[in-house]
Design a protein around this ligand. Structure first.
Ligand code: PLP
Length: 371
């Protein structure tokens, strides 16, 4: 069989596949001279809030800024601990640090690799003020259990929903379970734009105003300065691109779920792999498959073999869970997470790949393990 090229993610296609429409959008927005905090931004914020089912959305420079801003708006005191999953991007922890708190990473569940409610509850102490679960890989955590723990211990919930726009738990959208959440529009995200961009979702009116003010130099919607702030605004051009892409977003999600089903069908018999939850394996969850992350025996051998056959794969976070950063002061053993990071690998998962591409990837994986 000839070698096929299946890159992990084809960034140029983000532009090339919609080039004509994007050129028109850029022309339209630029011709009005409305580059900053104009109609395109308020339109997209309204569409995003409606889509996720929250009262307000604020466009920000990126999801990391979004987290820092909502934590600042909530008010974190020095020494306040916020519990997170260790399987997340370092920025979930650094946002807490920047806001003045202490990030406390805990272990993951071995069935879906998201934060483990039991580990979470064990980490609670008198300094704990909140929980920030990461809705990872386009799947929402076990929010019933997490809500119960938060209520019992009087903790707030905020979500790192950077990877999860459109995913649901019992019909409720990611990013709507706590006080506030961040969404990332980084190019490779399910809803990706042409650069850095992010959004914050929030229901409470006062918190919304505080978040709004912090993201625009302390100014409220009417322009009056109410507090100290910074500049982390969503660009109008990116907002207009995101509005355009949001229109077909549900189709994109369906395609990703189709790809996940195809991987599942082709690979489920391999005892050397542990696949992520299949699209319809649990009626509580509706996953958008930001990533297709599996566990593989001889992971590095498999990765090299796939690369030599033209297939791109990725190890999330460069293979580092949060608690592995001893240079940042972490020194824990989290057995499920440690074991997972020896085996985890992400296969190509995006709308640029065809069913033939997926079948080719699967054939090569089967070939690797049959040798
Ligand atoms: C789980 C998670 N949190 C936060 C972020 C940060 O998003 P951004 O790059 O928009 O700041 C990302 C982006 O990759 C992410 O995957």
């Amino acid at each position: 069989m000839p070698i096929k090229n299946v890159p992990f993610f084809e960034y140029p296609r983000l532009w090339l596949d919609d080039r004509q429409d994007f050129l028109q959008i850029i022309d339209e927005v630029s011709s009005t001279g409305g580059f900053i905090l104009q109609q395109a931004v308020s339109d997209f914020e309204a569409e995003l809030a409606k889509y996720a089912g929250v009262n307000y959305a604020v466009g920000v420079g990126n999801a990391t800024d979004g987290m820092e801003i909502f934590l600042e708006a909530i008010g974190i005191n020095p020494g306040d601990e916020i519990i997170i999953s260790s399987h997340t991007m370092l920025t979930t922890a650094s946002a807490i640090k920047v806001a003045g708190g202490i990030p406390v990473p805990v272990d993951i569940k071995d069935d879906d690799n998201l934060i483990c409610p039991k580990a979470l509850e064990e980490a609670i102490n008198k300094n704990t003020v909140g929980i920030m679960p990461t809705q990872l890989n386009g799947r929402v955590c076990e929010m019933d259990a997490i809500n119960k723990i938060a209520d019992k211990h009087n903790l707030f919930i905020v979500e790192d929903a950077a990877q999860a726009l459109g995913s649901k738990y019992k019909g409720q959208h990611a990013g709507t379970f706590g006080l506030a959440s961040d969404i990332s529009f980084f190019p490779a995200k399910v809803l990706g734009c042409l650069g850095d961009a992010g959004g914050v979702l929030v229901n409470d009116k006062n918190l919304y105003h505080n978040i709004y003010q912090i993201h625009d130099h302390g100014r409220d919607i009417d322009g009056e300065v109410k507090r100290w702030g910074r500049n982390s605004r969503l660009d109008n051009i990116q907002a207009a691109i995101l509005s355009y892409k949001l229109k077909s977003y549900d189709e994109v999600i369906l395609r990703r779920r189709e790809i996940a089903s195809l991987y599942q069908k082709n690979l489920e018999k391999l005892s050397q792999l542990r696949l992520p939850p299949a699209p319809n394996n649990n009626s509580k969850h509706f996953d958008v498959y930001q990533n297709y992350e599996l566990e593989a025996e001889n992971r590095d051998g498999l990765k090299n073999f796939l690369a030599s056959n033209g297939i791109g794969t990725l190890i999330q976070w460069g293979g580092m869970a949060i608690h592995h950063y001893d240079q940042l002061g972490f020194s824990q053993t989290l057995p499920v997470c440690d074991n997972f990071f020896k085996k985890c690998l992400m296969l190509p998962m995006n709308i640029f790949i065809s069913n033939e591409d997926v079948n080719y990837v699967c054939e090569k994986i089967i070939e690797f393990y049959s040798d």
